[in-house]
Write a protein that binds this ligand. Structure first.
Ligand SMILES: Nc1ncnc2c1ncn2[C@@H]1O[C@H](COP(=O)(O)OP(=O)(O)OP(=O)(O)O)[C@@H](O)[C@H]1O
Ligand SMILES: [Mg+2]
Length: 267
């Protein structure tokens, strides 16, 4: 099984701040990872390295059997599907949904060429259908709800048939129904053997879709624990990651967490 990501001692520094501190991490092609950690832990920075947008200050980042820094990133990036708030902001609000998706095959945001072939349009519609938003193909991106936009972004990220799919907080800003719909969709993707290796960044264990296999817990730029979900996602590790005593439950394939209440004595 080939490693899709192979990080060894990956460290990112900006000025005097250490954003990632000696990260060792391997993702194999049949794995689906969730990265959990509090605000500022370094999750987005980790995805920036994994998507070849940011080079480590020290350490080695292996991506799709290439080593970042020794490879043309413009050849590497189309092999990686990425969704993030920063990318979403760059999508023109007046762009038709089908074009938001189809233009990914040219690695551009904003439709600027007219010669996408029929195959690409067919593929874009297929992906919109898979994500449950085919009926929105002719709407403009700016008219969509937050949840609909997230789905379109994921369809766009899948358009190039990436070997690695990176999702930075795809459920942020969704209401309960929207979150549950997205978790189901991601679960279907996760269980499909043809889906690419996937890394999903989140703050909430409730957002872990059934079918995800591994977890990386990040706190203060460092890995608290990483490995198989069932072994690593423990009350102790999660409490350490979020810096508070937590109660963790796992039922019906889903996880939930809440603060452990102190016992109060009633007189
Ligand atoms: N250019 C920079 N200079 C200094 N510090 C930075 C810089 N960019 C990011 N940081 C800091 O690095 C840390 C990690 O940022 P990152 O965006 O990776 O966190 P995150 O885990 O994605 O957080 P969130 O859950 O809030 O999205 C944060 O404390 C952030 O303020
Ligand atoms: Mg982030």
């Amino acid at each position: 099984m080939a490693a899709v990501l192979e990080f060894a001692g990956v460290t990112v520094r900006k000025g005097r701040a250490t954003l990632l501190d000696e990260i060792d991490w391997t993702v194999e092609e049949d794995e689906r990872w969730v990265v959990l950690g509090p605000n500022g832990a370094g999750k987005t920075t980790l995805l920036q390295v994994a998507s070849a947008q940011l080079h480590p200050t020290t350490g080695v980042a292996g991506i799709l059997e290439e080593v970042l820094g020794t490879v043309d990133v413009f050849e590497l990036r189309p092999r990686i599907g990425l969704t993030s708030a920063a990318l979403a902001e760059r999508i023109p609000r007046g762009e038709a949904v089908r074009d938001v998706v189809v233009s990914a095959s040219y690695g551009v945001v904003g439709r600027w060429r007219e010669d996408y072939d029929d195959l690409d349009h067919g593929r874009a519609l297929e992906l919109l259908e898979e994500l449950g938003v085919k009926h929105l193909a002719d709407r403009t991106f700016g008219t969509l709800s937050e949840g609909e936009r997230k789905r379109v972004q994921i369809a766009r990220a899948l358009m190039t048939d990436p070997e690695l799919l990176l999702l930075d907080e795809p459920a942020a800003g969704l209401d309960l129904g929207g979150r549950e719909d997205l978790v189901s969709t991601l679960s279907v993707l996760a269980m499909d053997a043809d889906s690419p290796a996937t890394v999903l960044v989140s703050h909430h264990v409730e957002e872990i879709p059934p079918g995800f296999t591994h977890v990386l817990l990040l706190r203060d730029a460092q890995v608290v624990a990483a490995g198989l979900l069932d072994q690593v996602l423990t009350e102790q590790n999660l409490s350490e990651t979020f810096g508070m005593p937590l109660v963790l439950q796992h039922a019906g394939g889903r996880w939930s967490a809440r603060r452990r209440q102190r016992r109060t004595t009633i007189h």
